[in-house]
Unconditional design. Structure first.
Length: 767
């Protein structure tokens, strides 16, 4: 049910969009869903192959460069064209290229098979001379052998013999896509690679190695092509930028072409030449079976099923699948805003990972979550350095956008000023700890990060004359309101950061006193700082407007005029593309959830009335120009018992890329929104929260569904959750008995003894 995304589109605009939708990735490499044969000459295609975290340093230029502005940024590179396989039909001198724009297309379709982790493209084609064949292209980026991208092509003649020439190309002279009209896409530095070497190995593999202009990183592709046909004649030609392999034969029976390309880079040589040779000898079935087995294990612990809406079922699996394809596994990489599907935002990692994407992995694939957090720990020294660059005497300020650990944001009001990213990362470490109970991880990694980010808040904030701890001149998540005092989201997340720095320090001191002594010495940390952390957290300024009974987004937000969204023409959205930032800053207008997001993450900090009023207020001034908003408003609508509204916001979330509702999916998928889809079900409709005192649910069922089910892991246990209109059923599949809270009542699940909890139509608004 709803395991396959299918398309029969042949128009160029849709095919460009499908380059993102049908990409293949495995966390290390990503290959856009380009056509092997390419587009007609002169037509736009974003032909891309990416390695997660592979970048070059490019200069940043300013009209006026001030202190602390970064000199350069990292840019994720399109490293090579490894996809090209052209098929030519006919005799020499009278050959015709097989494509969607030549000959006659008798039938065409493309499928993304999420159950088995492959893409399949089928073309039934007839040449102008009447030669006819059925071509099937299967692709996978191996989940079990991360360096491998495989193209398996089947040729089947359908009306007699067909003269065929196969031309496979490995090309190192590539560029990145640029778009000067959209600030979300790079506008320069398209060419950042030199071809270092192109050669053939002794075994006949084609190899191309490239080197970046500035960072000194190298990437290498080694490709083999095997045609299962006796008598096929092949040869390879090496030139300055790549290698072309040509094979000619007469096709009289079904034949396969097996192209395997191995990608490595100088940061980590993930596969040796000897290992490559071993993998080349494996039959293709080996890789397809391994892929299916991997995906079976993933869906066993992560799948969500929705009964009552196949379109939404299709969407949720699509989003989860592409998040899996994009998540770094090696502790050296993370998940960029577009994953490995495209070049939007230049491959940078943002706060999106921790707040929107990481929860899926924490609750279903904790090992992946751990490696994503280890990446952040790995750039902690860079965060310390960034804090110093920004004038702080202590602490760690994580860069707003980065790849290698240094700040890549040239626009500080909506970049470096978003100090909340340090608290977001701290929050995610705590969430991982609460969900897994991984004390060892916190002892060796998490506590150090919490202490250093807590130090940042002590150096950034201050106590005012009334004894309140304030944080001034920062930007919250809402990028239409910048450089303000006491952004509620920032302050409440900083409070959480400070509180947990104290708690984890006490835990390490108690459970690992030697490690605590070492940590204090390494950080030159005084235990008196813990007292200061606790005092700042206790007195953190979290104002409530007495008249409106809401949390002001910041000190000045409610004093501004309200932007007339209803009178703004549709073609003026997103506002960021049509209005100067200062114009936006002067109004009550939000790009995305800000205070409402804070209430989702830390609901115990405010009363029910204040959170509800805040939700209703900020909903009216939010444009939803950011893809990060719909899921938050969906979850909080569910939180307040408005399931109809929650459901409709969820629809806007779940099919954003499949329906291209933001109009820019061609530049890459919206990864944070994809994570928000998972959250909308698990933390929205099921109301799950992970807190210090346990696991909490507020399950509800939208009237449009018959039921929904999901899987999750919690402190080493596997849970299956089943929600219908009558019951909330929890099945503990392994581990010790688990106590959990449902609608303020405590229940205990024992292994393989399902707990059925009647819920009826109960919602929070009726409690």
């Amino acid at each position: 049910m709803s395991w396959v995304i299918r398309s029969d589109a042949t128009d160029l605009e849709t095919l460009l969009l499908e380059e993102s939708l049908f990409f293949n990735g495995n966390g290390y490499l990503g290959v856009r869903g380009n056509l092997e044969e390419g587009f007609p000459e002169g037509e736009t295609s974003i032909r891309g192959t990416y390695i997660n975290g592979f970048y070059d340093d490019v200069p940043l230029t300013y009209g006026e460069k001030l202190h602390g502005f970064p000199d350069s940024q990292q840019k994720q590179l399109n490293i090579m064209d490894i996809q090209s396989v052209d098929l030519w039909v006919g005799e020499n001198g009278n050959q015709e290229k097989v494509s969607l724009w030549t000959g006659e297309v008798l039938d065409y379709s493309r499928e993304l098979d999420m159950k088995n982790g492959i893409t399949v493209r089928k073309l039934h084609w007839r040449s102008s001379n009447g030669h006819e064949l059925l071509v099937t292209f299967k692709r996978l980026a191996s989940m079990t052998h991360p360096s491998l991208f495989m193209q398996y092509i089947t040729l089947e003649p359908t009306n007699g013999t067909v003269p065929v020439t196969v031309v496979s190309r490995l090309e190192g002279d590539v560029v990145n896509h640029i778009d000067t009209t959209d600030p979300r896409v790079a506008s320069g530095h398209a060419k950042r690679l030199l071809v270092w070497d192109a050669s053939l190995t002794n075994s006949g593999m084609s190899t191309v190695e490239v080197e970046t202009y500035t960072s000194g990183l190298r990437a290498k592709a080694a490709s083999s092509i095997d045609i299962k046909l006796t008598g096929a004649e092949s040869s390879s030609a090496v030139d300055a930028t790549g290698i072309t392999t040509t094979a000619s034969f007469v096709l009289s029976e079904t034949t396969t072409i097996d192209k395997r390309t191995f990608l490595t880079d100088s940061r980590k040589d993930s596969v040796s030449a000897e290992h490559q040779e071993n993998l080349i000898d494996k039959p293709p079935e080996y890789f397809f079976e391994k892929q299916t087995a991997y995906m079976r294990d993933f869906w066993k612990t992560a799948d969500i099923q929705i009964e009552g809406d196949d379109q939404l079922q299709e969407g949720i699996r699509f989003n989860m699948y592409h998040l899996l394809q994009s998540a770094g596994r090696d502790a050296q990489s993370n998940i960029s805003a577009k994953g490995l599907s495209g070049e939007g935002y230049e491959g940078h990692y943002f706060w999106d990972t921790e707040i929107y994407m990481l929860p899926l992995f924490i609750m279903t694939q904790p090992n992946i979550a751990k490696n994503l957090l280890l990446y952040r720990y790995g750039i902690l020294n860079g965060a310390r350095q960034r804090a110093k660059e920004m004038g702080h005497t202590q602490g760690a300020l994580f860069p707003w956008r980065t790849i290698s650990g240094s700040e890549c944001s040239a626009f500080f009001p909506a970049g470096s000023a978003q100090y909340h990213i340090s608290a977001d990362i701290a929050y995610s470490f705590v969430q991982y700890y609460l969900a897994t109970g991984d004390t060892d991880f916190m002892i060796h990694y998490g506590t150090e990060l919490l202490l250093e980010t807590a130090r940042l808040w002590m150096d950034t904030g201050h106590f005012d004359a009334n004894g309140r701890f304030r944080v001034d001149a920062v930007t919250g998540p809402d990028e239409y309101t910048c450089v303000v005092n006491n952004n509620y989201y920032t302050n409440v997340m900083a409070k959480y950061n400070l509180d947990w720095a104290v708690k984890m320090a006490k835990l390490v001191k108690r459970k690992a006193p030697e490690e605590w002594s070492h940590l204090k010495q390494t950080l030159a940390f005084s235990e008196s700082e813990l007292v200061a952390f606790a005092e700042a957290a206790e007195h953190m300024y979290l104002p409530v407007d007495e008249a409106l009974q809401i949390n002001p987004q910041d000190d000045s937000f409610l004093q501004k005029g309200i932007w007339n969204l209803a009178a703004t023409p549709d073609d003026q959205f997103p506002l960021l593309l049509h209005y100067h930032p200062l114009t936006l800053y002067r109004y009550q207008v939000c790009k995305q959830a800000d205070t409402v997001l804070a209430h989702f993450l830390l609901e115990d900090e405010q009363s029910e009335e204040v959170m509800r009023n805040s939700y209703q207020y900020y909903e009216q001034v939010t444009t939803f120009d950011s893809s990060l908003s719909f899921c938050i408003f969906s979850m909080m609508a569910a939180r307040f018992g408005n399931l109809d509204k929650a459901y409709h916001y969820f629809i806007d979330t779940v099919r954003m890329d499949l329906d291209n509702t933001h109009g820019n999916t061609k530049d890459g998928l919206h990864m944070a929104n994809m994570g928000g889809t998972w959250l909308s079900i698990v933390s929205g409709f099921a109301g799950m929260r992970i807190k210090e005192d346990g696991l909490f649910f507020r399950p509800q069922l939208p009237e449009q569904w018959d039921r929904y089910t999901f899987h999750m892991q919690y402190q080493g246990r596997q849970l299956d959750i089943d929600v219908t209109g009558r019951f909330f059923k929890v099945t503990l599949l392994n581990g010790a008995p688990l106590s959990f809270n449902v609608w303020d009542q405590t229940y205990t699940a024992e292994q393989n003894k399902p707990v059925h909890i009647p819920i009826g139509t109960k919602t929070l608004s009726e409690k």
